[in-house]
Write a protein that binds this ligand. Structure first.
Ligand SMILES: Cc1cc2nc3c(=O)[nH]c(=O)nc-3n(C[C@H](O)[C@H](O)[C@H](O)COP(=O)(O)OP(=O)(O)OC[C@H]3O[C@@H](n4cnc5c(N)ncnc54)[C@H](O)[C@@H]3O)c2cc1C
Length: 333
């Protein structure tokens, strides 16, 4: 009798939406998958900050769904109650004038928090959290990993996937694959300073969210206008990418003061607000790549993530899915 072929094993570094999507698809295709994530929880930049009696989405604010594959996935999230459409009163600030947004794009959010779809996917996957992978190497056709917290990881893997922002992938791949390192280094990822302001009493504004042009800030949104949010009213304010990048090394107090000053100029009075700030070193950026992911079939090293596919949530999910499909096809040769 023929023995069943052993399952090929894949290590994925990063439990953002790209890594989770790649892992889910690989597992469904019958491969054995292990994810390593440096944070305490899944979902990466689709993230939510929780405090006492308040929460705020401080990374991705909403996502769109245009590709049929992603729409199908989104429908499973909606059916599971972890995502929903968001209908904000949306304004635009341009040339010192306010106007209502005329966009009729459908916008979706995680429910009750932006990290809910990630948590939903993570439930069916094997993930080790608090594992910052700081070294990878290949020996005898296998991948070996090492983590900052725990040293050498005992299991070895047939394939390795880096589901990381380009600069973090560059650090890991630099000693392994020159062409991948060069490609990663060509991506100009920009940071983002994010202020979360919470208010004891509701704030009277004529919009729930606003796109702001040519100012220090580029976006503000009332978290409680999104479905499923409870607790104290909180606003998320993003500084614009160019300003953020220019001032990325500023101290938190300095950055916060500039951002609040701009928000107040635009009508959000933060004098009685409690304010927190977060610095995203790698918030956005992408290269134009038709494939949407990379697989080096010789070294069995794959890369996925938003920066390989348009720089947003939908592209990140698709990138992970596409890479999983490519790995599955390559192992059949
Ligand atoms: C401020 C901000 C606003 C945004 N707004 C929007 C928006 O409105 N709409 C939209 O569609 N997109 C938005 N985005 C972009 C969106 O969040 C990303 O496109 C998407 O979440 C990226 O997913 P990813 O899996 O590619 O990467 P990530 O989510 O960054 O996942 C990478 C994961 O790898 C982990 N990791 C990193 N290094 C290591 C290591 N050495 N070892 C182990 N783990 C590691 C990280 O902790 C992280 O969990 C925004 C992003 C930010 C930051």
């Amino acid at each position: 009798m023929n023995k069943p072929k052993p399952k090929l094993s894949v290590a994925i570094i990063g439990a953002g939406i790209a890594g989770l999507s790649c892992a889910t698809r690989l597992q469904a295709l019958g491969l054995q998958v292990q994810i390593y994530e440096k944070s305490r929880g899944p979902s990466g930049r689709m993230s939510t900050r929780n405090g006492e009696g308040w929460s705020a989405d401080h990374g991705a604010q909403y996502f769109t769904a245009r590709d049929p594959l992603f729409i199908e996935e989104l429908n499973t999230w909606i059916a599971a109650g972890v995502a929903a459409v968001w209908h904000p009163r949306l304004s635009v600030y341009e040339a010192s004038q306010w106007r209502e947004s005329t966009s009729n794009e459908s916008r979706f959010v995680g429910v009750p928090a932006m990290n809910s779809p990630g948590k939903f996917l993570a439930k069916n996957l094997s993930i080790e959290f608090n594992q910052t992978i700081n070294q990878i190497f290949r020996k005898d056709e296998k991948w070996f990993l090492q983590s900052l917290e725990n040293g050498a990881i005992t299991q070895s893997f047939d394939y390795l996937v880096l589901a990381l922002p380009a600069p973090q992938a560059t650090v890991l791949a630099s000693s392994i694959d020159h062409s991948i390192t060069e490609l990663c280094s060509s991506v100009n990822m920009q940071g983002c300073w994010t202020v979360m302001a919470r208010f004891a009493k509701g704030v009277n504004m004529s919009f729930d969210a606003a796109f702001i042009n040519n100012e220090t800030i580029s976006w503000m949104a009332r978290n409680q206008s999104k479905p499923g949010r409870t607790g104290q009213e909180s606003w998320t304010i993003h500084a614009n990418p160019q300003w953020s990048q220019q001032w990325i090394e500023l101290d938190k107090e300095g950055a916060s003061a500039q951002i609040i000053k701009c928000a107040e100029k635009l009508g959000l009075n933060c004098q009685n607000a409690e304010v927190s700030i977060h610095r995203w070193r790698y918030a956005s950026g992408a290269i134009n790549l038709e494939a949407g992911s990379i697989l080096n079939e010789a070294s069995k090293l794959g890369l996925c993530g938003d920066w390989l596919n348009g720089g947003r949530v939908e592209g990140a999910w698709l990138s992970g899915y596409q890479l999983a499909t490519a790995i599955n096809a390559s192992q059949n040769f």
